[in-house]
Each structure stands twice: as C-alpha cells, then as structure tokens.
Design a protein around this ligand. Structure first.
Ligand code: EPU
Length: 422
C-alpha cells in the first residue's frame, strides 16, 4: 500500500498563499541550536518531514524538544549527551551532516552515519571534511560511520574549491569555539548562510562577512547562550508557488517572501512573458501576455538561478513556444524530472548537463514518480496544467520540503488530494 497525490488539472488558481520558513535554513538552524548550553526558540519552523527526522535525532542526543505551537520549536541542549548518531533517522535526510560540525565544534568529537537525502547525482562531502581537518580534526570512516576527533580545534584559513552551502555552514559551526580566527574563502553566499550566522551570533558567536565570499569566525571562549530566532522565508517554496501562478493564475499573490532572494527567477519569468508586480514582501502574478517565450537557463550558486528551482521551472517551459535550454552547473545529473514530464507529453531531450525543452506541448495526466523533492514540485506544476488526472508516486520526497502543500493548493483552487493505492 502506498499514498499517492492526485491532481485534476486545468483548474485556474487565484487568491493568496503565505510562504513558510525556509526548509534549507531550518535543517541547519536546528543542529546549530545544540552548540550552546541553553534553550533556543525558533519561529517559522515549517511542518515538513525533515524537521520531524531532525527532532528524532535531537531526542537521541538527549536534547529536549518542545513544539510550542505550530510554527515554534523550543530546543534545550542543557542535558545533551554526545552519543554516536547511527539511527535510521540520520539516513532520512542530507542535513543530518550538520551535526558533524555542531558536535565537533562543541565536544571535539563526532560519530555519525553517512547522511541520506535526495539523489541528484554524486554529492561528495570532501570539502566539509577538508575544512574540519584544516581546523585540526582527524577524520576516519569506519563501518559506514564518520568519526571526527580533535583534542583542540584551531582557527585556520580555508579556501573552498566550490562555494558549497553545506561545507560553509558545517565549517562555520565547527569553528565557533576554535582557538583564534577562521577565515573561509570562496564561501557560499546563499541567504540561508546569513540566517545560520545570525542565529549563531545571537547565541554569542562572532561571525562576520556572511553573505559575502569571505566569512570570518573568531572563536568564542564563553559557551554560547540561548536566544529567539525567526527563520527567513523559503525562497524555493516561494519560487515554486510563483511558477504555479505563472502556469495557472490570472491574479495570485505570493506573500511573506523576500523578493531579492529570487531576483534571478523573477527576471526569467518576465523574460518568458509573465506579468507581475513585485512588492516589498510579496509578488503578484497577473498571468501571461500572449504565448510564453522560450529561454535559456544556467543554474548557478546564489545569487544566480537556483538549481532547486530549475526542476519546477522546466515544467513551465514545456508551455513556451520554441526550444528552451536548461543547463545544470551545480548537479549535472539533476534531470530525472524530465523523463517523468515526458511521460505526461512533454518533449525534453536530456543531454547531460542540459535539457532541451521543445514546446509547447499539451500535457496529459498519467502516473509519474517524484524521484526527488524538486522533481515532485515539477510534477505538481505539470499536474496543475495537465488535462485529466495526474497520479504522483513516492510523495514522501515532496513531504520532506513543502509545508502544508495540500491545504495551500486547495485554498488556491487546485483540485488536489491523496489516496492510498496498492
Ligand atoms: N560539493 C562537492 N564537495 C563537497 C560539497 C559539495 O563537490 O564537499 C559539490 C556538490 O556535489 C555540488 C556543489 O558542490 O555539485 C554544490 O553543493 P552544496 O554543498 O552547495 O549543496 P548542499 O549543501 O549539499 C544545498 C541544499 C540543496 C541545494 C544545494 C545547492 C540543503 C539541505 N540543501 O545542498 O537543496 O540544491 O545546496 O544550492 O541546504 C533541495 O532543497 O531540494 C536541495 C537539494
């Protein structure tokens, strides 16, 4: 038995949708909270299965976790124990690797299973490990577990070959108590990095340069303390709803967003012919002027076009007249959604690292598989546009990252439900 999502396509969307707190911030903020010795309260926590998996992991470390209300999590590491992290919950998501940096930083020791997460082609963590080593840690891999150890962590100058989001955050967490100054060059500049550094600074860390490619961490002598933190809005969820609106709405508002975070995506939407108004914390989509125009997209680290938005955007581009080309520079194999979209009638020729989308093609509902989280988002966009009913399998991928998807879509007028099937 399996739960599937069903969407009856062709219904116009309208109204307002409120964007939740950022998934990719939350999954790093939660491990960051254990760096101190006092309670941290975080607000804007999305109701997604990744947060549930992290809550399980916190409890296994004897960290007290309380859900104060739907969006507020209270995390108290006062009685925390640094036990090996070997349970199944570690493998449910990629972000469990943030406990490497947090535990190494706090205790000088971490033992953790290989993390899981979406398969987007190879996703090595060599840059994280090199960063830990540069701070003085030893790294061993035994029986499927990473064992990190340092008698003392000492600040260092670290150059990242690639501006990796995960490596930047992990090294930043490990360096919070390291002796002296750590400088990360070619650091990632994603808004989520700023969010994590802001939380750590509220807790007493001394981090500067976040949002630039040079991040400086001056090691703290005092234990970090508790604080209150509000998570930034989810720019990928925002972009996903904006794409749905571009596909199926004549007037729809996407609110509680930071439009600067999605500038590259908004520019592309305007380029293909979507009419919009950009406010301070909302975007209003007015539909399209005539036929959609094709475009070329190159995914890039922030502030470039986000790889996480590439997949749902591709679904929209099936409706542009002419050939669009999407090229991945972050995850060159992130094209599984194209094969699923082709089952629905799209004409996408995948020649890694690019997808050539020949449009426009009518889409028709059929049975498809969410091979990863944003592939799932692409299939939801396609399902909303398609003729008839789309049945999406492996929905657990989607539930890892989209807060209250069913309620939000139904309130916008989508015909969207779940069924249990054989
Ligand atoms: N990379 C290495 N070595 C490393 C680390 C990364 O070669 O040690 C490579 C990766 O293989 C990739 C590139 O560097 O080609 C960038 O990877 P990055 O480390 O920045 O990605 P990540 O931290 O693993 C986060 C998001 C992803 C998002 C990427 C890129 C989280 C939990 N995940 O992953 O989000 O695609 O940054 O922006 O923050 C998603 O939300 O669907 C998702 C997959």
């Amino acid at each position: 038995m399996e739960e599937v999502i069903k969407i009856e396509g062709g219904h116009r969307l309208h109204g307002t949708v409120r964007i939740s707190g950022s998934k990719n911030s939350t999954v790093a903020l939660i491990p960051a909270c254990v760096l101190g010795n006092a309670p941290v309260t975080i607000y804007g926590v999305p109701n997604i299965s990744d947060v549930k998996s992290l809550t399980v992991l916190l409890r296994e470390l004897n960290v007290e976790v309380k859900q104060l209300d739907e969006e507020t999590l209270y995390i108290d590491p006062t009685h925390m124990e640094n036990t090996p992290m070997v349970s199944n919950a570690v493998s449910k998501l990629r972000a469990s690797y943030y406990f490497m940096g947090a535990l190494l930083g706090k205790y000088g020791h971490a033992q953790i299973k290989m993390p899981g997460g979406c398969y987007l082609g190879p996703r090595p963590i060599d840059l994280h490990l090199k960063g830990f080593e540069a701070l003085g840690a030893t790294v061993k891999y035994e029986h499927g577990c990473y064992i990190l150890h340092a008698d003392e962590l000492v600040g260092n100058r670290i150059f990242l070959d690639i501006p990796s989001v995960g490596a930047t955050i992990n090294i930043m967490m490990a360096a919070v108590y390291a002796k002296g100054r750590t400088v990360i060059e070619n650091a990632a500049r994603e808004p989520e990095i700023i969010d994590i550094a802001t939380l750590l600074n509220k807790m007493g860390a001394r981090i500067t340069g976040m949002g630039t490619s040079t991040l400086t961490i001056d090691g703290s002598v005092q234990p970090l303390k508790g604080c209150f933190h509000e998570i930034i809005p989810d720019r990928i969820e925002a972009a996903t709803y904006i794409i749905m609106a571009a596909a199926m709405a004549d007037d729809m508002v996407i609110e509680n967003i930071i439009p600067q975070h999605i500038e590259a995506i908004l520019m592309k939407l305007e380029e293909i012919g979507i009419k919009m108004k950009v406010g301070t914390d909302f975007v209003q989509i007015y539909g399209r002027e005539g036929e959609l125009r094709p475009t070329e997209i190159l995914t890039k680290p922030y502030p470039g076009f986000a790889t996480d938005v590439q997949q749902p955007f591709t679904a929209l581009l099936t409706q542009a007249k002419g050939q669009s080309i999407v090229t991945e520079t972050i995850y060159t194999e992130r094209f599984k959604h194209c094969y699923e979209l082709n089952k629905m009638g799209a004409d996408i020729d995948v020649r890694i690292p690019s997808g050539f989308i020949n449009g426009s093609t009518p889409l028709s509902g059929t049975s498809v598989v969410a091979t990863d989280l944003r592939c799932g988002a692409a299939l939801v966009v396609a399902g909303l546009m398609a003729d008839g009913i789309t049945e999406i399998h492996d929905v657990y991928h989607i539930d890892r990252g989209y807060d209250h998807l069913d309620e939000k879509l139904r309130s916008l007028g989508a015909v969207f439900w779940r069924e249990t099937v054989e």
